[in-house]
Design a protein around this ligand. Structure first.
Ligand SMILES: Nc1ncnc2c1ncn2[C@@H]1O[C@H](COP(=O)(O)OP(=O)(O)OP(=O)(O)O)[C@@H](O)[C@H]1O
Length: 594
């Protein structure tokens, strides 16, 4: 029964892996092959490993040579009652070791730190702890620091002040900024530039504001998962700041830490409550699991900050390496309240807020929160109307571009079309099926066809928005990049991508094999992006979304919205999602225990 279930849910990769094991050891115990199949399938679901069943005969398994202990050369590694594919075991154990090494190293702080902090953050209010101040002070004392916080809690503001403090020494430091996707790197860059304007010019001038993707930083190369920078050829930098750390999977985080030079500092910024990475691992969540400041460090921080910072028991070595920012400066309104209520699983509060925002035909369309209390999977063609009207300004911008580009006097501005596209996005947990990404894209393309804006069966048309589904190194395009299709003066279509410097770059449509339309995207893929208005479709679990519905999913989706959220789903579906927390199998948190 067990293995039948796992056979059904296993992928071609997992099958091929087990076939290989069976060929190596034809008489391998069937229960071993069953768990091996689960372990291989697990990595594709986001788990790093699987729990070992209680009653297994590990010695018999080891005797086959297929299962080893940590340090052995075997396709599967058993450790801490978990079974890993060897590669994932290597990533996890090496990452844990890197973190332990970094956490163990002391760094010196300037003697006048308290005065420097007051100069940057103002006089301290002893009654009301300013966690931004504490985070900056804490980060100065450590080689490794994680600053977690929801949207608008001031992660960027804090890190810019931290960098100003770090740069106040005599020798300028080589600081680099990175993020997991091109989109996130661009947002990081903008936010850093914005925050720098609030610093005295002389300080701001010492802080970089160019951010790259992590892949680019590490030196990605076509056709190999090996980067140019690794332990034997480390990055050349003194301080690395990485934004949107929750999107970083185990493999990438492990490679990133391995590539840091021995003396470097690392500051990770992110939101521990967001969905974990698309690929296997839940590194940010694992790093923040069970943290709290030790009495010694809390006393040190209290003194430097002039505020009373309370210690808390923590079983993990990360205890003194994570600070969570609490107060949002962007979301004081209803979206912020809803995000918080979802995060704390306050179902009653969630429905109070939603009830007050129930959709009706008379409601103004620009209210910050709107709840359509029905199952979008049953809406059929009815899905289209609100989506079409929300995208109307974008298609108007495409038309304006088209008119300008064919007019010799016209000023065709692709960046303006991008700005219009950022105003709205449909998010769904589902790739395929009812109320899925695929269905919304299809409905919208049919509507364009009806209005003569797309020829039947035409893949490329003016205004087609596309998502790059995986890194395309030769085109310097990365997983998650968004392209917009626009014509040139001759009518030939090109796909434009927004560059870090705000300019756009055009790529021939013929080079973009495998890209997907992007009027709707999965919540997973939306991480690291922000849109003015987000429409979240929450199809009921019968539509196949059951497995995917979770608190983190709804939280991630609604915190993508800058000013407006439309939530389309039945109360029962929302309740079910809010009650469920995603648990990913991983041994990282355990490896970081004291
Ligand atoms: N201590 C503060 N006092 C007043 N305004 C603040 C403070 N900290 C941050 N802000 C403002 O709040 C907004 C968000 O700040 P910031 O960009 O630093 O947050 P973030 O956590 O990096 O946001 P994101 O969600 O984009 O990652 C900015 O406009 C910033 O100026």
């Amino acid at each position: 029964m067990h293995s039948e279930l796992s056979m059904r849910s296993s992928s071609p990769f997992a099958q091929a892996f087990v076939d290989l094991l069976r060929r190596q050891v034809p008489d391998a115990p069937p229960d071993l092959l069953g768990v091996a199949l689960q372990a291989a399938s697990a990595t594709e679901r986001g788990d790093v490993c699987v729990a070992l069943p209680k009653a297994v005969d590990l010695n018999a398994w080891r005797a086959t040579g297929l299962v080893g202990a940590a340090g052995d050369f075997a396709p599967l590694i058993a450790e801490y009652d978990r079974l890993y594919l060897a590669r994932y075991h290597a990533y996890e154990s090496s990452l844990a070791q890197q973190i332990r090494d970094m956490a163990a190293q002391a760094v010196s702080v300037p003697a006048d730190l308290a005065a420097q902090i007051s100069a940057l953050f103002g006089e301290a209010d002893p009654q009301d702890v300013d966690w931004q101040r504490v985070a900056a002070a804490a980060a100065l004392h450590k080689k490794l620091m994680v600053i977690s916080g929801g949207p608008g809690t001031g992660k960027t503001t804090t890190v810019v002040k931290l960098l100003a403090l770090l740069q106040s020494g005599e020798t300028p430091l080589h600081i680099m900024l990175a993020a997991p996707t091109g989109k996130a790197a661009m947002r990081m860059q903008e936010a850093i530039r914005q925050a720098k304007t609030k610093l005295p010019a002389a300080l701001a001038a010492r802080i970089p504001d160019q951010a790259s993707t992590i892949h680019r930083l590490l030196g990605s190369r076509p056709n190999t998962v090996q980067f140019r920078h690794h332990a034997a050829n480390p990055l050349v930098l003194d301080v690395l700041v990485v934004d949107e750390a929750s999107m970083i999977d185990l493999a990438l985080m492990s490679k990133l830490l391995a590539a840091l030079p021995a003396h470097a500092r690392l500051v990770l910024l992110g939101d521990k409550d967001q969905l974990a990475s698309v690929e296997a691992g839940a590194v940010m969540g694992d790093l923040c699991d069970g943290v709290g400041l030790s009495p010694t460090f809390a006393a040190q921080l209290s003194e430097v900050c002039g505020q009373t910072v309370q210690p808390e028991f923590s079983p993990t070595i990360m205890g003194d390496h994570v600070i969570t920012l609490q107060k949002s400066y962007r979301f004081s309104g209803v979206i912020g309240q809803l995000a918080k209520a979802i995060n704390f699983e306050q179902s009653k509060k969630v429905f109070e807020l939603l009830q007050a925002a129930l959709y009706s035909a008379t409601v103004k369309s620009d209210t910050p929160l709107c709840w359509r209390d029905s199952n979008p999977a049953q809406a059929g063609q009815g899905l289209l109307a609100p989506i079409w009207s929300a995208y109307a300004p974008y298609f108007a911008a495409v038309a304006a571009y088209q008119a300008a580009v064919s007019d010799a006097e016209g000023q065709a501005d692709a960046a303006a079309v991008f700005a219009a596209f950022e105003q709205f996005r449909v998010l769904s947990p589902l790739k395929r099926g009812l109320a899925s990404v695929e269905q919304v894209n299809l409905l919208l393309e049919q509507a364009l066809q009806k209005r003569g804006l797309r020829q039947p069966e035409q893949t490329w048309y003016a205004g087609r928005a596309v998502l790059v589904p995986q890194n395309m190194y030769e085109l310097e395009l990365y997983n998650g990049d968004i392209g917009l299709t626009l014509p040139d003066a001759s009518g030939k279509l090109w796909v434009h991508f927004l560059q870090a410097d705000g300019a756009t770059r055009a790529v021939a449509t013929s080079r973009l094999v495998g890209v997907e339309s992007a009027f709707a995207m999965t919540v997973h893929k939306s991480q690291g992006s922000e849109f003015a208005h987000v429409l979240l479709l929450l199809p009921s679990s019968e539509a196949g979304a059951g497995q995917l519905l979770s608190r983190e999913l709804v939280y991630t989706a609604i915190t993508r919205a800058k000013s407006q959220v439309t939530l389309w789903g039945e109360a029962a579906t929302i309740r079910q999602a809010v009650a469920k927390k995603v648990e990913r199998q991983s041994g990282l948190a355990e490896r970081l225990l004291k």
